[in-house]
Design a protein around this ligand. Sequence first.
Ligand SMILES: Cc1ncc(COP(=O)(O)O)c(C=O)c1O
Length: 439
Amino acid sequence: MKHSLPGTLKGSLREYRTMNGADLLKRIEGFYDWQNERFQAGFWPYARSTNLGPKAMAAVSDELGRKTDGVNFGSQDYLSLSNHPAIREAAHEAIERYGVHSAGSPAFIGNTTHSVALERKISEFLEMERTVLYPTGFAAGFGAIKGLVRSSDYIVMDNLAHACLQEGASAATKNVFHFRHLQNEGARKWLEQIRAKDTENGILVVTEGLFSMDSDTPDIGGLADLCHEFNATLLVDVAHDLGSLGEDGRGHIGMQEMLGKVDIVMGSFSKTFATNGGFVATRSRAVQQYMRYFSTPTTFSNALSPMAAAVALKAFEIIESREGVDRRASLMRNILSLREKLVAAGLEVYGDPSAIVGVKMGSEALARLVSRQISNMGLVANLVEFPAVPKGQARFRLQVMADHTEEQIIAATTIIKQAYEAGAAELDTIVNPPMRASA
Ligand SMILES: Cc1ncc(COP(=O)(O)O)c(C=O)c1O
């Protein structure tokens, strides 16, 4: 007889998103009970801290102080710039010059010489006219949409677009229509339906240059053509590919020859540019100026710290240099090597080669058992499960860095393979416990 799974191997965050009850604080306790049981059992690999930073080898601790010491494929620092000597020096110089705080919104005097130069650099890099900075990439995605779209307008977006885009869309209008991931024909259908009824209001089409869970990419030119045909505006989030992909680091917009041809490009510094922060690049000064005062996460929030602006600016300098080309080449070598070794070990990987290498586990129960094993075996990697990805498609999202070594890639592959086998055996004994011999 099959046994049912314990609570720690069942359930998802989705069940706790909508709750009933008049007491806002009391009604969330069910989540805590479930989460804490998982946490105590070693099935909650989230909210950990690194002791010495996001390097290729790392020591991380969870909130109970339980440690994993080993190879790190869980940090996002694709070109390994966060510890680069020139980046550290830029940070120190900025602190010497400005102190540590920007002390104001960019709409007042929160900008610095470095942040103004950074805005210019991003515009030039992307062949756009102007740029606005935000304190985080999330704020940029949310703020770009909320800043432009009003309640009578429409949003047509890829159903896997990042949470900052989804939340910006819900906050801006009820008229949000999703098309199937990467299916431009689905976008066309919505655009046709909307324009058949309404030619007065605006439409924003939203996608990503590289999707953060599946590591795949839309036909950006095709979407731009659709926007042209239906009088819509295109926004592309380049958080994961800008700087790290393409010979010149221009990501998929560059590789698809779409530089300067997308209406709004938004991005984050947090994956490749060694700091917090985000941006919205526009094709006109008019749009930039409007965003400065009507995109609330930049208008009503303190500006990026002077140090963050100096770091991102220095990161662009490295990314554009010969060293940047070499770092991207090392990153791609590591990505291809990791993907090849995982497949050779009998594991499945998602999407196209990028710094995001999703390794398929399947069921959430199996993925949680494997995640406990990999932590014990010395691999730091992030578990992603429903609702961040579809039910039954739980996976580890490995994030590759330029400075990972071949030995570290081999170690990660060996650990995942062994942990997968151990987790699968453990799951089998839970579901089909061995029969007890009768006395
Ligand atoms: C596609 C995408 N957009 C935006 C963001 C937000 O970036 P940040 O970490 O700078 O807030 C992320 C990061 O999680 C992302 O994956």
